[in-house]
Design a protein around this ligand. Structure first.
Ligand code: PMV
Length: 341
């Protein structure tokens, strides 16, 4: 066997769901379609050093240090790819990752990390088809398959989008220019460890009394959101995005066991933000992931308005620890050569 070593960097941004994926079945397939915005500044970058040496060794580090939880998902993904592509075991991998965003900031690191790894492993064996990268990113962590694509992407079969699939994400193309370059101001209300992992949250939906209706409502919300995006309708965009966020939290609160993931600061923000928006007419909607932190998705034209409101709220309430500014961006990509970009 010819021996060689190759190095490359893979970068993948996190994404924030506007229509939430909450509930799965079979091998990580979604119970309803979801739609998200791939970000720019909040990303994982993994440096791959790959040797063709048939040892099939794997070494993972996070900023140069060993990390357990992350390793097990990474290991599982490697094994899963090797099941379909045994030639993966002809390579030894040394993978060092770093995140640009802080742990516990309410930004999904599994989405960026697992899409990065999926693309990085597949790169070694020359598999570069986006659908396949999405497929394996999904097996790593469901929401990761949406990070493979730029901007707004949809994961899950729906007759509303041709070519949509439960297997991988597809781009949402029919978008009015008012929704291009969306901004996301991420308010870190609490950086405490998440009370419930997303795996436990998905499991909650298996016996949730409202599950059946939720999966129908998610589809209805998706249809409304797609129409808003197409027609450039900010009012209905705001209505749907906020309803989705609150539904996700309502599902957790009414689950068995029940979880309350919002904190007083989250609720204080929501109440004041809605009042302010009525007066300012800003094109801005809040959403939350499975945690207390708030994402304010807004038009780039209203960034100043939104930032001024957030600064005032932070000063007067004292609730938020920090704010991270982000914007719609590119999907997973491989950057040749070693060294940080
Ligand atoms: O990809 P997972 O299994 O971490 O699930 C993500 C679930 C949410 O972040 C709460 C919603 C979503 O669609 O991203």
């Amino acid at each position: 066997m010819e021996n060689f070593t190759r190095s490359y960097l893979v970068r993948s941004a996190s994404n924030i769901a506007l229509i939430k994926y909450w509930g799965k079945h079979s091998e990580q397939l979604p119970c309803n379609p979801s739609l998200s915005l791939t970000l720019t500044n909040c990303y994982t970058e993994s440096s791959f050093t790959v040797a063709k040496d048939s040892r099939g060794a794997l070494e993972f580090t996070l900023e140069g240090k060993q990390k357990e939880g992350f390793d097990s998902k990474a290991l599982k993904l490697h094994q899963r790819i090797a099941r379909d592509y045994p030639q993966l075991l002809d390579f030894s991998f040394n993978v060092d990752s770093r995140n640009t965003f802080p742990h516990g900031a309410g930004i999904a690191s599994s989405a960026s990390a697992l899409s990065c790894l999926a693309q990085g492993f597949l790169e070694a064996i020359g598999v570069r088809e986006q659908g396949l990268i999405g497929h394996y990113a999904r097996l790593g962590s469901g929401s990761a398959c949406r990070s493979v694509l730029d901007g707004l992407s949809l994961w899950g079969t729906t007759k509303l989008i041709e070519g949509s699939s439960d297997d991988y994400a597809v781009p949402v193309k029919d978008i009015d220019p008012t929704f291009l370059g969306l901004r996301d101001s991420i308010l870190v209300v609490s950086s405490e460890e998440k009370e419930v992992s997303s795996s436990a949250g998905h499991a909650l939906m298996e016996t949730h009394p409202y599950a059946k209706r939720r999966f129908e409502v998610a589809r209805e919300n998706l249809e409304k959101l797609l129409i808003s995006l197409k027609n450039g309708d900010w009012n209905s965009f705001i209505e749907v995005v906020e309803r989705e966020a609150l539904e996700l939290h309502a599902l957790m609160m009414t689950g068995i066991p029940s979880y309350t993931l919002m904190r007083p600061g989250s609720l204080d923000f929501i109440v004041k933000f809605r009042k302010w928006r009525l007066e300012s007419e800003a094109r801005a909607a809040f959403t939350l992931d499975a945690g207390p932190n708030i994402h304010v998705i807004h038009s780039p034209e209203d960034t100043h308005l939104v930032q001024a409101f957030i600064q005032d709220w932070m000063k007067s309430s004292g609730y938020a620890e920090r704010v991270i500014e982000d914007v719609a961006g590119r999907g997973t990509r491989t950057l040749e050569g070693k060294g940080r970009a």
